[in-house]
Write a protein that binds this ligand. Structure first.
Ligand code: AMP
Ligand code: MG
Length: 420
């Protein structure tokens, strides 16, 4: 059996960022991945600004001790260009307004007394007080967002703050997904004896959409070799990754494995993890584009600059497919999307339970954070129990051959890290 870390390293070693990029409005760029650095064309703030409502003064004009009475020579609201400050005078100024040339401090209005056209300064201001210097936040020419950044709302705000109306991003990763198993039924259809609902279709589509992928969902593909091969050929043309679910266990009566082998290449892995274990990784040839003579598809396959589409086959058990997606497919897709840092950040938390039996596999236990800040374990850790994934806040990454005693610190991967 393959160690979890080795399987992940092999997958990430094969992943290359997809080729296509596009320019899109910053307003539409949430969750997209930058394909080029964003460099600031200006200083932020672009001028010296006042951090207070008050008076701009020259500290040299202040009396050494006691109050100084200065005539008010101008009024500067935010958004207006000031005149230079006349020596021996003060300028009324407001938060965010430009500090007039010549002034070297702002005195907040609470430390002044206004009377007619003059103001009495009651504070011994020091040079620089309450002035936000030009470029204090961002220097012109500096990289504010490096290529590979996934654009959060704050990142969009930062880009906008330096005036970027358009951003260079990678196109979305295109993923085709299909499901195998004659027992699978869609919700809304009556459930025949021996059938189950196709819950994984909902989970996996949601997971892919959360990652920002463009998803083509082929639904349930009939369990026949010819149909499976045809779907693979069609999906390979215009997608970066084909994801399937079910039929990768040993001894499976399923056509996914022979179909991928016939249309490309496939490695069947037994990963030393629980839930999960079987995972298939390979690729499907893209020759179909030329044979079909479909001009659009042909252009598409040529721009993507590879002759193959990646293939990942997940196990069918609902918790297994969920966990293997989060641990393997998520980082793989993020690498295709152009991100470098794809590992989830983990927490070290106290186990408030005992798991006396060590497993020889790397367990990923569904657990939740309790009010004392420790972890509670979902009582049923079976890979068919989807309830555990909704109850839990994340996965405990428990190394092979390790029993857990209450009070011990364990490695916890929050779903918030894995689902974004
Ligand atoms: P398999 O990996 O095909 O051997 O399937 C393992 C288990 O997962 C079986 O009990 C299947 O019925 C179940 N299963 C397979 N695909 C799905 C699916 N799309 N949704 C829910 N359960 C599934
Ligand atoms: Mg099956």
């Amino acid at each position: 059996m393959l160690a979890t870390a080795d399987a992940l390293a092999t997958l990430l070693g094969a992943a290359r960022p997809i080729a296509g990029t596009e320019s899109i409005p910053t307003l539409d760029a949430l969750n997209r991945v930058l394909s080029a650095d964003v460099t600031s064309p200006l200083d932020v703030p672009p001028m010296n600004t006042s951090a207070m409502d008050g008076y701009a003064i020259r500290t040299a004009d202040l009396a050494r001790d006691g109050a100084s009475r200065l005539p008010v020579s101008q009024r500067i609201p935010a958004g207006h260009a000031p005149a230079p400050l006349q020596p021996g005078t003060a300028a009324r100024i407001f938060t965010g307004a430009t500090v007039p040339p010549g002034a070297d401090a702002i005195v907040m209005q609470e430390q002044t007394e206004a009377a007619g056209d003059a103001v009495t300064i009651l504070h011994n201001a020091q040079p620089g007080e309450w002035i936000t210097a030009q470029g204090a936040d961002i220097r012109s020419g500096s990289i504010i967002l490096p290529a590979g950044t996934r654009l959060s709302p704050q990142a969009l705000g930062l880009a906008a703050s330096v005036g970027c109306a358009v951003l260079q991003v990678r196109r979305r990763v295109k993923v085709a997904v299909f499901f195998t198993g004659d027992e699978l039924t869609m919700p809304g259809e009556p459930l025949k004896p021996g059938a189950i609902y196709n819950s994984n279709r909902f989970t996996l589509r949601g997971l892919l959409e959360k990652l920002g992928c463009e998803v083509t969902d082929y639904g349930i593909v009939a369990d026949q070799l010819a149909a499976t091969r045809a779907t693979l050929r069609e999906a390979a043309v215009a997608h970066d990754l084909i994801l399937t679910c079910g039929g990768v266990s040993v001894g499976e009566e399923d056509h996914v494995k022979p179909a991928v082998e016939a249309e490309g290449r496939l490695s069947m892995w037994q990963i030393a993890m629980k839930p999960g274990k079987p995972l298939a990784f390979g690729a499907v040839r893209r020759a179909a584009a030329r044979e079909q003579g479909d001009a659009e598809a042909k252009a598409e396959s040529e721009t993507s600059a590879t002759a193959e589409t990646f293939f990942i086959g997940l196990p069918g058990n609902p918790v297994s497919s969920f966990a293997t997606f989060l641990l393997f497919v998520r980082p793989f897709v993020l690498r295709l999307a152009g991100m470098q840092t794809v590992a989830p950040r983990t927490l070290s938390l106290r186990a408030d339970f005992t798991q006396p039996k060590a497993d020889r596999r790397n367990e990923f236990l569904r657990a939740r954070i309790n009010e004392a800040g420790g972890l509670d374990l979902f009582p049923n850790q079976s890979s068919a129990v989807l309830t555990s994934t909704v109850w839990g806040d994340g996965l405990i990454d428990n190394p092979p051959n390790h029993a857990i005693s209450a009070g011990e610190t364990v490695r916890f991967i929050p779903f918030s890290e894995l689902l974004s």
